[in-house]
Design a protein around this ligand. Structure first.
Ligand SMILES: Cc1cc2nc3c(=O)[nH]c(=O)nc-3n(C[C@H](O)[C@H](O)[C@H](O)COP(=O)(O)OP(=O)(O)OC[C@H]3O[C@@H](n4cnc5c(N)ncnc54)[C@H](O)[C@@H]3O)c2cc1C
Length: 399
């Protein structure tokens, strides 16, 4: 039985919602997380790749939500050359439906309540201030009162819009993605693959993330403004016919990934956005799981402090933005500049990049080195990048 009123109502039980709920509840706030689907993490709209170091601070390792462990990434250039990257920390391919549910359990263990199949439909206002959430549950329209709403409702977020925030994305800041989960994949299980090139995936890349034996996520993301003439599915189907005609598709995902620098405004009186809803995604890679969890922890902590102080004003809640900017927000801006550069790279540059990778000794390989090589000829961006790497190292160590 849910109560009539909570300190905090969170909309969405993805990684952002569950982690925010957990950190707010842990410090004594009464928290309700509402999720429109019947289960967290489904339908899966993700390639499910994360770094071990990224998720370590949030959840104890359990092989039940790990589909594969990744030791190397292989980059494929348009001219058919390839280079292996080994020295970049271990990666995991998750089982998101189990992983997301585990994050919900952690939130509940910390004291949060969960309401599934509850579809938020709008915000309640009292005296011009947000004072609750309207939602539909078991065929009925209902309203729940709260002091603070956290919008963790993913890339298609409506919560921010309801609160008057400008959350619309330009087409070139939204990757359109298609992914097939396939059976019959014969590649190595500990190696993921990335294919680049204007004919393969303009302004993006094709990925292969192996899962359990013979199963892999094979997908593509291309910048929205380049998808108008030829869509991602057409590119992916051509690739599959050429490279993997023998596999069978057993699950298809369509989805969008925000690749913006961030959002101008994602906090206001009585409301905060987090995760994809706040565009807290690495614009270079499109990875958002770890970013969502890092931001959600900060938002949850500020929410708990607001409850303790009884202050839900923008001027109190903006501490969350300050914390996010220190942790990752400013780095996201640098990554955005890199993405813009990456989108303009021609096939010759990609070929060169893979050649450079081939020549970096295995033990010296690092993402930093790769990025630096790719940005040669742009001293301003190089300097920005060097700074970002130093800052990110310092900030992530504080996790
Ligand atoms: C094809 C694809 C591949 C990707 N691959 C990767 C990858 O390999 N690695 C990586 O790190 N990231 C990847 N991402 C991005 C990643 O999936 C997201 O960044 C991440 O899920 C963000 O978490 P979130 O909690 O903010 O949002 P979500 O995980 O989208 O969760 C939002 C939740 O809110 C719920 N919701 C929405 N509206 C309402 C409502 N009105 N009422 C109640 N509930 C609502 C939804 O049902 C959902 O459960 C990929 C994305 C796509 C589309």
């Amino acid at each position: 039985m849910i109560k009539d009123r909570y300190d905090v109502v969170i909309i969405g039980a993805g990684p952002a919602g569950s982690v925010a709920g957990r950190f707010a509840a842990e410090k004594g706030a009464s928290v309700l997380i509402m999720e429109r689907d019947r289960e967290a993490g489904i339908p899966v709209r993700c390639a499910e790749g994360v770094s071990v170091n990224g998720i370590k601070p949030f959840i104890e390792f359990d092989k039940k939500w790990v589909a594969a462990t990744i030791d190397a990434a292989c980059l494929h250039s348009p001219d058919g050359e390839k280079a292996f990257m080994y020295n970049n920390g271990k990666g995991l391919v998750l089982e998101r439906r189990i992983f997301d549910t585990e994050l919900c359990h952690l939130a509940v263990n910390a004291g949060a309540e969960l309401l599934m199949k509850a579809n938020a439909t709008g915000l309640e206002y009292t005296g011009g201030k947000i004072s609750g959430v309207h939602f539909r549950h078991q065929g009925e329209n209902k309203t729940i009162k709260c002091s603070l709403v956290i919008g963790a409702d993913g890339v298609e977020s409506r919560v921010g819009r309801w609160a008057g925030m400008k959350t619309a994305l330009n087409l070139d800041d939204l990757d359109t993605c298609v992914q097939y989960t396939v059976s019959g994949y014969k590649g190595e299980q500990n190696v993921c693959h990335f294919y680049f090139g204007l004919d393969v995936s303009p302004g993006g890349y094709i990925w292969i993330f192996p899962k359990s034996k013979g199963v892999a996520n094979i997908g593509i993301g291309i910048s929205g403004h380049l998808a108008e003439v030829k869509g991602p599915k057409e590119y992916l189907d051509e690739f599959m016919d050429k490279e993997y005609p023998e596999v069978q598709t057993n699950y298809i995902v369509y989805g969008g990934v925000p690749t913006a620098w961030g959002l101008e405004k994602y906090i206001d009186d009585n409301i905060m956005l987090v995760g994809d809803a706040a565009r807290q995604v690495n614009p270079m890679t499109g990875g958002g799981i770890v970013q969502a969890m890092i931001a959600a922890r900060l938002a949850g902590q500020v929410a708990a402090a607001a409850v303790e102080k009884g202050d839900f004003s923008y001027s109190f809640l903006k501490q969350y933005k300050k914390d996010w900017d220190v942790k990752l927000g400013s780095i996201q801006k640098t990554m955005y500049s890199m993405k813009e550069k990456f989108m303009r790279m021609d096939d010759g540059r990609f070929n060169k990049l893979v050649q450079i990778c081939q020549n970096i000794p295995r033990e010296e390989f690092s993402l930093k080195r790769l990025f630096m090589e790719s940005m040669k000829g742009d001293p301003k961006l190089m300097a920005e990048l060097a700074r970002a790497f130093v800052v990110s190292k310092i900030n992530l160590k504080k996790n």
